[in-house]
Design a protein around this ligand. Structure first.
Ligand SMILES: Nc1ncnc2c1ncn2[C@@H]1O[C@H](COP(=O)(O)OP(=O)(O)OP(=O)(O)O)[C@@H](O)[C@H]1O
Ligand SMILES: [Mg+2]
Length: 261
């Protein structure tokens, strides 16, 4: 089960990705959460405290690790082939919600200085996690559409696209959907988040129908989510909250939909 969560900035990707990872782990699946956002903040949603989250060194910033994998001893020349399975064991961080977290760090595009070696490590690691590892993987993607073009993001079993009733977030959802479709991704689902009333629900539903986006679920607006985030706590421990329950139900739906026959 390899899931990626995408969408416009601030629509609730991290909340939903964290909730799905927690849901898979609580169903007994060994689960890895990947924070693939260059401004990472999945750690706190998975129950780590701010000071613990701050201590996590992203893979791309771990010079020692990157050097140990890629260095040839010649400056500007780095190794292309190396093993990464040990990185998962050594650098994934256990979290209170039973999920192991890997923080990737900033992946620069080509030509942006000397980022080639860290990029190579992240690419190999993502490939390993998505293609080779026999565990549930939930990836919290960077806002926007840029990552969809990357080969690794394309190999997930399902891409979830989060939007709320704001037309701008729906337009970006459509853009992501179109790009992912062109890239050959088959299982794409829209999640309507932060839904406050029927008018917002209808706005999302109408947009989805008009543009052919398969709508998976609505996650209701919950003030508790905002309050917990304000206190620096994870909202996901509040299993009495409807939005948390709804995300947990999405796990069940995904397990059914993605089941190998
Ligand atoms: N269902 C919901 N009800 C109420 N508030 C929500 C809900 N989902 C998310 N939020 C709030 O919306 C804000 C953004 O959520 P989150 O950080 O998950 O979004 P994001 O898409 O990951 O943002 P970014 O693009 O910055 O990474 C947070 O303050 C969060 O508490
Ligand atoms: Mg986020």
């Amino acid at each position: 089960m390899k899931i990626a969560v995408s969408g416009k900035g601030g629509v609730g990707k991290t909340f939903i990705a964290g909730g799905l990872a927690k849901g898979f782990a609580s169903r007994g699946l060994k689960t890895i959460a990947i924070d693939a956002d260059s401004s990472p903040n999945l750690a706190m949603t998975l129950g780590l405290k701010a000071e613990e989250a701050r201590k996590i060194l992203p893979i791309t910033e771990n010079k020692e690790l990157v050097d140990s994998k890629t260095s040839t001893g010649y400056s500007g020349v780095y190794r292309l082939s190396f093993t990464v399975d040990d990185i998962v064991k050594q650098y994934s961080v256990p979290t209170p919600l039973g999920v192991n977290l890997i923080v990737m760090g900033t992946v620069q595009s080509m030509g942006a200085g000397c980022m080639c070696a860290p990029n190579a490590v992240v690419r190999a690691l993502l490939r390993h996690l998505i293609v080779e590892v026999n565990e549930a993987v939930v990836m919290d993607l960077e806002a926007g559409v840029e990552h969809i073009g990357r080969a690794t993001a394309r190999q997930v079993d399902a891409l979830l696209i989060v939007a709320d009733s704001n037309l701008k977030s729906l337009e970006i959802a459509k853009h992501i959907y179109d790009m992912a479709t062109v890239a050959g991704m088959k299982k794409l689902y829209l999640i309507g988040n932060r839904v406050m009333n029927d008018t917002q629900k209808e706005a999302i539903q109408n947009f989805a129908e008009k543009n052919g986006l398969p709508l998976l679920e609505f996650v209701p607006f919950d003030q508790h989510v905002i309050d917990a985030d304000m206190r620096g706590e994870t909202p996901l421990l509040h299993t009495e909250i409807l939005s948390v329950q709804t995300i947990d139900n999405i796990c069940e739906t995904l397990i059914q939909k993605l089941k190998v026959p």
